[in-house]
Design a protein around this ligand. Structure first.
Ligand SMILES: N[C@@H](CCC(=O)N[C@@H](CS)C(=O)NCC(=O)O)C(=O)O
Length: 209
């Protein structure tokens, strides 16, 4: 059995954040498929035994189950000594971007993608609100990346892996990716890192349409 086991589904960008970190950190890991789209995370058994929050990703290590991608990434960086920032100031900045990601950058985009890109919901007031909020968060990140190669300092960190969770999926969401050229360039810089793999390369499970 591998040292780390990631309970995940390929359709989930939140899972991809951790899968990408495990791959780029060179960890010994294996995925464990959780059928998220079939409602596995909502089953009592999953909540009782795997994650009381009812979510993936879940990282299993030495008999302990860890949840919340941002917390997992922070723990992995400390444990491996990789991608966690070089000093206190960088670690603060990393946390700041991970919190922004969880509240806005991933959150609005992933919810929009779920409705428009996966469930093929017709645009409505709720999806248009999400589209506006996601585009605003994208604009903030795009501006930040206009003057630097990665989110914090001049090297990749777990903050990049967190915000990159959904940027390699290709579903149509109504967000014009070309309007965010610095995000596009950053996405390619991460893709060029040794060992990089996309969501479907690293995880089993539901193939996005
Ligand atoms: N903030 C959490 C978000 C995790 C999350 O929303 N996971 C989704 C899959 S992408 C999930 O399992 N949702 C199940 C549900 O809400 O019922 C993290 O970063 O780990």
């Amino acid at each position: 059995m591998a040292e780390f086991r990631l309970h995940c589904d390929a359709i989930s960008g939140n899972c991809y954040k951790v899968a990408l970190a495990l791959r780029l950190m060179g960890c010994d890991w294996e995925p464990v498929f959780v059928d998220y789209m079939a409602g596995a995370t909502r089953q009592d058994g999953f909540r009782d035994r795997i994650n009381e929050l009812g979510e993936i990703p879940v990282l299993e290590h030495a008999g302990r189950l860890r949840t919340q991608s941002g917390a997992i990434l922070t723990w992995l960086a400390a444990r491996t000594g990789k991608f966690g920032g070089r000093n206190e100031d960088e670690r603060y900045e990393i946390l700041r971007w991970i919190l922004f990601d969880n509240h806005k950058f991933t959150s609005y985009y992933a919810t929009l993608r779920f409705f428009i890109g996966i469930q093929k919901t017709a645009p409505n007031a709720a999806t248009e609100f999400l589209r506006g909020r996601a585009a605003a968060a994208y604009g903030i990140v795009d501006k930040h990346l206009a003057t630097r190669p990665f989110l914090v300092g001049d090297a990749p960190t777990i903050a990049d892996f967190s915000l990159a969770g959904y940027v390699y999926y290709t579903e149509e969401t109504g967000i014009d990716r070309a309007a965010f050229p610095h995000i596009q360039a950053w996405r390619e810089r991460i893709k060029a890192l040794p060992g990089w793999g996309g969501p479907l390369d690293l995880m089993p499970g539901t193939k996005p349409a």
